[in-house]
Design a protein around this ligand. Structure first.
Ligand SMILES: [Zn+2]
Length: 225
């Protein structure tokens, strides 16, 4: 990513990262910055995706005139959905253990077991290809909806919709970065951008920070509206 140290793993794959593509565990190569300013900005990356997903979920829930509990469920699902596209990159949020998993041996073992398919998929998938496509957005939304159908129609559409919106928001946000996404995979391997060259938002820049701030204001506005 422009202006940031390169990540060894990321550089061997599809190119520079987007707002989400934060790789905490990866080893940095190249010169370190003399201050911690880049690291401070780097914290924005996951938050940007989460905020965009949450704003989309809350907005859709408000339009659908859902109650506070359903809005909260959709927003929580959107946060998790916003993590999922970067399953193809180890070290990203979806691969990291939760606090509970770190503190409890049982929770840690269960979490490791549940995360095995994610690890296997991450080892096989190319970054920003299948996982950052329109097909993946549809597949995740439909798959989660089907899986949750036994819980009833009051739960499944809300959680699946929230997760799908969070997932799609991540993909569309990455399409605003210099690396772009392969939105129409597998029909086309060409990268797609939503912004013209020169206007794209590189990870960890002031431009991304401003975007996150604006979306945060939008989320607050939606919550109090
Ligand atoms: Zn991504």
């Amino acid at each position: 990513m422009d202006g940031l140290p390169k990540l060894r793993r990321a550089s061997s794959r599809a190119g520079s990262g987007g707002p989400s593509c934060r790789v905490r565990g990866a080893r940095l190569v190249g010169p370190r910055k003399p201050t911690d300013a880049p690291n401070t900005l780097a914290r924005v990356r996951n938050v940007t995706h989460e905020l965009i997903g949450v704003s989309a979920a809350i907005g859709a829930a408000k339009v659908a005139r859902l109650g506070p509990a359903a809005i909260s469920a959709a927003a929580a699902a959107a946060v998790y959905g916003s993590w999922l596209p970067d399953i193809d990159q180890f070290g990203t949020r979806v691969h990291r253990r939760s606090r509970l998993e770190r503190r409890s041996l049982v929770a840690g073992a269960v979490g490791a077991l549940l995360r095995l398919p994610l690890v296997a998929f991450g080892a096989l998938a190319s970054h920003r290809a299948a996982t950052h496509s329109a097909l993946a957005c549809v597949a995740v939304t439909g798959g989660v909806g089907l899986a949750l159908t036994p819980l009833g129609l009051a739960v499944a559409p809300i959680v699946a919709g929230g997760m799908g919106l969070g997932y799609a928001a991540h993909v569309l946000a990455d399409a605003c970065t210099p690396a772009g996404v392969r939105l129409w995979w597998p029909l086309s391997r060409r990268r797609v951008w939503l912004l013209p060259a020169g206007r794209r938002i590189a990870t960890g820049t002031i431009r991304e920070l401003l975007l996150a701030t604006c979306v945060l204001a939008l989320v607050v506005g939606l919550v109090v509206a």
